[in-house]
Write a protein of this length. Structure first.
Length: 87
């Protein structure tokens, strides 16, 4: 009796696969769609990597901009060359 229930459960699972194995079923039934899904996954990973790079570069640019502003402030406080000549 237990084996019949087990066999029925496995049969149902084969007929209606869970989401975990849906790509394998798709690979056999529609290779074009499977290839497109694979390409989408690859492109999504690349997009994530590029987005991370952009965030890092923007952060670096922001830091450099802050340093530039600080340097300009320091230079503005110093006396000019004509004041140094007068001394």
């Amino acid at each position: 009796l237990k084996e019949k229930v087990k066999v029925e459960a496995l049969t149902d699972e084969l007929e209606n696969p869970m989401n975990v194995h849906r790509w394998r079923k798709l690979e056999g039934s529609d290779p074009d769609a499977y290839e497109m899904i694979q390409k989408i996954h690859i492109l999504q990973k690349r997009l994530l990597l590029k987005t991370e790079e952009v965030v890092k570069k923007n952060s670096s640019i922001q830091e450099q901009e802050e340093r530039r502003i600080e340097i300009e402030k320091n230079l503005a406080r110093r006396p000019g060359p004509d004041v140094v000549e007068q001394m």
